[in-house]
Design a protein around this ligand. Structure first.
Ligand code: PLP
Length: 496
């Protein structure tokens, strides 16, 4: 190419795009498509300005942008050139199909943790991979009932507080007023005894479990879990390389005597005493006392996951296991995913005093601290009384929704799916007739846009009767009624 000409720069005088930007874009495209090869000399700014009939400053601006992005380079005394190595060589932004690195047949060595993830990714990600909320997905609150106008007023106020420290790095353990608010709330509503100094704010229970697992479990260390259990817990502890010890549940919850025969030296015991996940029984007082005693004897720690205990419809929620603990054996964990909204990604753990430092250090290494502006908004939302008010309202709504679900199921699913009411929680269990495989019906339901969770998916080694978690909190009465009709069709077609 003649160094005094650049081919095909078209300028549209009527465009909203500034002229310097149009020239920049044209030259960039010419370079990327090989019409201007690396090391090609470009016309001087004065000359190009004359050719294109624009001000010289316009060309200077376009060239400067191209210099800044690495498309052009200059050689003192001899002019402006297309760079010898182009930024897209690194960025791969243009024509990715041609430039993508070939990785299909590569082998590489991962850590034990990475290797576990590489082999179990599809199974682990399955529950997380959908943003759809269709009947009867469980564990999702009625987000449309959340008081977003209040939330956004508090947020606006926080954002306007120009001198506020909340925009800088914050307290690793969590925003102190939020920790205070949680400690007060937990004492009043859950009988948890703690000070704000024992609380560590996390990005939700999933991170809490990861922190606890990483701090306590080395490869093959034992952790006892209820069977069936929460898949988020099962997966995080398995990925760490721990040995999972499944323990059955009976009507009083975690079968302690079975645990004792299976594990002599557990490091951790993960339980959901307020509302067993997923079956829903409450751990009896006797079981709680004996479990605390066993933890003390074996010097293990109990993780008390109190994920949905705020939703009790009949009586006052049962006090926490942590509140009965006299030896610092319980790590109490909670989440705002069910009580505020899941996208908030805020949860917490209450550590015995001598564990605070190690959890704090683990949290700092993971992500320094949880997002502080959200923490500040939540702190005010709780301390101004909106949280308790919201919970009260949601208990009423959820109770009604559960009632509709049970009535509809009794009318339309008789003999096919037995759904019994419960006095707490966010889902019910629907039991299939004996011998029916819940996985097969789950697949059929999925094709019809129903989200059931098979009980078998939460079993470690138990072979329970087939059934589903039936979530009701995220669905209004019409959606529940329509969902049950659809479910009836699916069961009729598959139970013969
Ligand atoms: C047993 C249990 N714990 C905790 C959670 C909440 O997890 P996160 O705080 O990570 O949203 C859930 C959510 O489904 C759960 O079922």
């Amino acid at each position: 190419m003649n160094k005094e000409q650049i081919p095909f720069i078209l300028i549209d005088e009527n465009s909203d795009v500034p002229i310097y930007r149009q020239i920049y874009d044209s030259i960039r495209q010419l370079i990327l498509h090989g019409k201007l090869q690396p090391k090609t000399q470009l016309p001087a700014t004065r000359l190009l300005a004359k050719q294109l009939n624009v001000a010289r400053m316009t060309i200077i601006n376009a060239y400067e942008q191209l210099f800044a992005e690495g498309y052009l380079e200059s050689k003192t005394g001899s002019g402006t050139f297309v760079a010898a190595r182009l930024p897209e060589d690194f960025l791969n932004a243009e024509k990715p199909q041609k430039k993508q690195t070939e990785t299909t047949n590569r082998t590489f060595k991962l850590s034990n943790f990475g290797d576990y993830l590489a082999h179990n990714g599809e199974r682990i990600l399955r529950p997380y991979n959908t943003q759809n909320i269709l009947p009867f997905r469980h564990g999702i609150p009625a987000i449309d009932e959340f008081p977003f106008e209040i939330w956004s007023k508090i947020l606006q106020k926080q954002l306007k507080s120009a001198n506020s420290k909340i925009f800088s790095y914050g307290d690793i353990q969590g925003f102190p007023p939020l920790r205070e608010a949680i400690a007060n709330h937990l004492y009043q509503s859950r009988g948890v005894f703690c000070t704000a100094e024992q609380i560590i704010i996390t990005n939700g229970t999933q991170q809490t479990l990861d922190l606890i697992g990483s701090v306590f479990l080395s490869k093959n260390d034992e952790i006892c879990l209820e069977d069936p259990t929460y898949f988020g817990a099962r997966d995080v502890f398995s990925a760490i390389g721990a040995k999972l010890i499944p323990v059955s549940v009976d009507k009083e919850g975690f079968e302690l005597e079975e645990a004792k025969t299976k594990s002599r030296n557990p490091r951790l015991i993960y339980v959901t005493p307020s509302h067993q996940y997923p079956l829903g029984m409450t751990m009896s007082l006797a079981r709680r006392m004996n479990l605390l005693e066993w933890a003390r004897e074996t010097e293990s720690f109990i993780i008390e996951d109190d994920y949905d205990s705020e939703y009790r419809y009949a009586a006052r929620p049962l006090a926490s296991l942590q509140g009965l603990d006299r030896h610092g054996s319980v790590i109490y964990i909670g989440t705002f995913s069910k009580t505020v909204f899941p996208a908030l990604r805020l949860g917490f753990l209450v550590a015995p005093k001598d564990l605070v430092e190690v959890f704090k250090t683990a949290k700092a290494l993971r992500d320094w601290h949880s997002p502080q502006i959200d923490q500040a908004v939540l702190a005010e939302f709780i301390s101004d009384g909106h949280f308790t008010k919201h919970l009260r309202k949601m208990r009423g709504i959820y109770q009604k929704r559960q009632q509709v679900l049970v009535e509809e199921a009794q009318k339309h699913l008789k003999g096919m799916l037995e759904i019994l009411p419960a006095t707490s929680g966010m889902h019910l269990i629907g039991w299939l007739p004996e011998g029916v495989d819940d996985w097969q019906i789950f697949q059929a339901a999925r094709k019809e846009n129903l989200q059931l969770t098979p009980i078998s998916a939460s079993c470690l080694e138990q072979k329970l009767r087939g059934g589903f978690f039936i979530g009701y909190t995220a669905f209004n009465e019409i959606q529940i009624k329509e969902g049950i009709k659809k479910l009836r069709e699916i069961l009729l077609a598959n139970l013969s």
